[in-house]
Design a protein around this ligand. Structure first.
Ligand code: ADP
Length: 326
């Protein structure tokens, strides 16, 4: 029997659609198992300051379909200091919290890993970020919803692009990685996808676009991951504009609409599974690890691996994108 009687749950770092579904799953699984649940508001800042709230089943009613996070999220510099983490430990101990579920990204898991090296209150992570850039899980919560938002927007842009012979550069999020760009690019039939992981794409793009240009393609959609090129989509457009005088060029930065909205069925389902698995892991006396999804099965990945190892964009997806975009 696990000694855990009361757990905390928080969301930290960047928000993502589906975080509420994860909070709901953690809360209800814990209550089902006879545990008490404390919602910690405003991420690690709330842990330090004691922004705690006892969660009952009804507190998580009617949230599975909502974007954002009812617990709010925050970035917290204090947690990066020894003193800040000591205060966090003391507040957890004062409230008899003996396990914590952290829903967040890389940064949040780095903090959790360090905390678990210093203190014996186990932390378990649930990957929540639209960027999908966490090693050890095929999907992060929010990624699928963000993809759906991108393709809906790009479909609309394509209508106007073909009406006017326009070349559209559409910037999507993804931080340092091209996961959103690659998958959304394939899903919306983009003519080219520019991602940080591949070098010299802008030079090749030039040659590639010339082909389409000769064939008088009526529209071109180029998806640009936000950190793929200096200046993002504007930078890419600037770099190629002098050679495409017959096309009018437009840049659209999709921005934070990708972070919001009602989570997709896939994100709700995954958040529910991972929330359930996170409580299971705590009851199994696991610590300093993230629950993830690998080949549609739950996996437990040590934070040390999840934050240190790099998840690669699949090269076969890039090949598919190239072949299908001619
Ligand atoms: P995400 O979890 O989405 O990657 P951040 O990188 O902003 O978001 O990290 C969220 C929070 O995690 C930070 O504000 C900080 O409180 C904590 N954190 C990040 N890096 C560290 C670190 N090296 N040591 C301790 N805490 C950290």
């Amino acid at each position: 029997m696990s000694k855990i009687k009361r757990i905390g749950v928080l969301t930290s770092g960047g928000d993502a659609p589906g975080m509420n579904a994860a909070i709901r799953a953690v809360t209800r699984t814990a209550i089902y198992n006879g545990l008490e649940v404390i919602g910690i508001r405003h991420g690690y800042q709330g842990m330090i300051n004691g922004y705690f709230k006892l969660m009952k089943t009804f507190h998580v009613s009617d949230i599975i379909q909502r974007g954002g996070t009812i617990l709010k999220t925050a970035r917290c510099e204090e947690f990066k200091t020894t003193e800040g983490r000591k205060q966090a430990y003391e507040s957890l101990r004062d409230r008899n919290i003996d396990g914590v579920v952290v829903i967040g990204g890389d940064g949040s898991f780095t903090g959790a890993r360090i905390f678990n090296e210093e203190y014996n209150i186990p932390f378990i992570g649930i990957p929540g970020t639209i960027d999908n850039d966490i090693y050890g899980t095929d999907y992060t919560i929010g990624y699928d919803t963000a993809l759906n938002t991108v393709i809906e927007a790009v479909d609309k842009i394509r209508d106007t692009a073909s009406a006017h012979n326009r070349l559209f550069f559409i910037e999507v999020m993804g931080a340092e990685a091209g996961f959103i760009a690659v998958r959304s690019g394939i899903a919306c039939g983009a003519e080219a996808i520019i991602i940080p992981e591949v070098k010299d794409q802008v030079n090749n793009l030039h040659a590639y676009l010339e082909e389409g240009y000769k064939r008088k393609k009526s529209s071109n959609i180029i998806i640009v991951a936000e950190r793929a090129y200096p200046g993002g989509a504007f930078g890419v457009a600037e770099a190629v504009k002098k050679d495409f005088t017959d096309y009018s060029m437009r840049v659209t930065v999709l921005g934070h609409i990708q972070r919001g909205g009602s989570p997709s069925a896939f994100d709700r389902f995954t958040a529910s599974r991972l929330g359930f698995a996170a409580v299971d892991a705590l009851l199994d006396d696991q610590k300093s690890a993230m629950v993830g999804l690998q080949n549609n099965e739950i996996s437990l990945v040590p934070f040390s691996k999840a934050v240190k190892l790099h998840k690669e964009v699949r090269k076969d997806y890039l090949e598919i994108a190239n072949i299908l975009s001619v």
